[in-house]
Design a protein around this ligand. Structure first.
Ligand code: PEP
Ligand code: MN
Length: 340
């Protein structure tokens, strides 16, 4: 971090600022030019409140040289992290497909969809048991029963399962869940992030509806600083002024994250668009920009779905998308869908 000091400072104020920085355990390199004085802070600057420094009378500007995230930072961990979800590997040259309904509805529904997506090449089964709905009067999910049904579908197909956790009160119910999802609305629920970090399970961390890439990585940092290292990031679209789509898929986030972090990144085209017919082109686009996988909502009867029917595709369309992905993947240096 560097601090640019205002030209009209007094030596007393400068000494005071330097001492304040040193008192926080950092060394200071003072560079006095003809027109400006610059302080270079050396050490772990994450202890410094950058907004507080910026607000000081003597300070002209402050710049971070190093990102505030450490565990998630590729600079400190150049190799791709490979996250193992019940034997299914995310990251590196692997490409994986998470598929299933928005929410678990009945035993027949979840097992039927699980068998269909598995036959098409899916490697992880998704299904919401606790649903974060905008209206309290909408279907809220089957809760613990939903998780039991997911486990039955896992038993029937062998697919590992991912489902969203919304409250620390439900942690015990997730004992047999392979991948714990933090949804967009909870990306900055810091107490939940810390508790999930202590579960010792892989985590799928979705991007918040209106969060920057840095805020997203700081949320990964919350989980990782509790000892969990297996995090998969999921870009699911952000809120913009556009209203034709539910969200706007931030495709540039994927190659940027590749530079910033060693964590695998998957794309959810279903929530990004909110429209079933856009799932196919957005899936292809996600592969083109280097995603490590996709998370797609698939329902056997989208018109009757209790949640997100408009963005859900049928198993046969999913299978057709996967066939085309198999041809695209070698172009971006990824293995065939599901290959380990
Ligand atoms: C979901 O995956 O069903 C979901 C609710 O997603 P998001 O948190 O991205 O809205
Ligand atoms: Mn959904």
């Amino acid at each position: 971090m560097i601090i640019i000091v205002k030209q009209e400072h007094t030596q007393k104020d400068l000494d005071h600022l330097i001492k304040w920085v040193q008192d926080q355990g950092l060394a200071v390199d003072v560079s006095k030019g003809a027109n400006s004085t610059i302080l270079g802070l050396i050490g772990d600057t994450s202890v410094i409140d950058i907004d507080l420094v910026r607000s000081l009378d003597i300070v002209e500007n402050v710049r971070r040289i190093q990102e505030p995230f450490k565990c998630a930072n590729r600079k400190f961990h150049p190799e791709d992290t490979i996250v193992d979800v019940g034997g299914v590997k995310f990251g590196g040259d692997n490409f994986q497909l998470i598929a299933g309904p928005c929410s678990v509805e009945t035993e027949e529904q979840i097992i039927g969809v699980a068998q269909a997506v598995k036959a098409a090449g899916a490697t992880v089964l998704r299904g919401g048991a606790f649903k974060p709905r905008t209206s309290p009067y909408s279907f809220q999910g089957l809760g613990g029963t939903g998780i039991e049904l997911l486990l039955k579908a896992k038993q029937a197909t062998g697919l590992p399962i991912v489902t969203e956790i919304m409250s620390v009160r439900h942690i015990d119910l997730f004992a047999d869940v392979d991948l714990v999802q933090i949804g967009a609305r909870n990306m900055q629920n810091f107490e939940l992030l810390k508790e999930v970090g202590r579960m010792g399970k892989p985590v799928l961390l979705k991007r918040g509806l209106a969060n920057t890439i840095e805020e997203w990585l700081m949320s990964a940092e919350y989980i990782m600083s509790e000892g969990a290292h297996d995090i998969i990031l999921c870009e699911r679209g952000i809120r913009t002024f556009e209203t034709y789509t539910r969200n706007t898929l931030d495709l540039s986030a994927i190659p940027l994250l590749r530079e910033l972090t060693h964590l695998p990144v998957v794309v959810d085209p279903s929530h990004a668009a909110g429209i079933a017919r856009l799932v196919r082109p957005l899936s292809y686009a996600a592969v083109g920009v280097g995603a490590d996988g996709l998370m797609i909502e698939v329902h056997n009867n989208p018109q009757k779905a209790l949640c997100d029917g408009a963005q859900s595709i049928k198993p046969d369309e999913f299978a057709d998308i996967v066939r085309n992905l198999d041809q695209m993947l070698p172009l971006v240096g990824k293995k065939k869908v599901g290959a380990q």
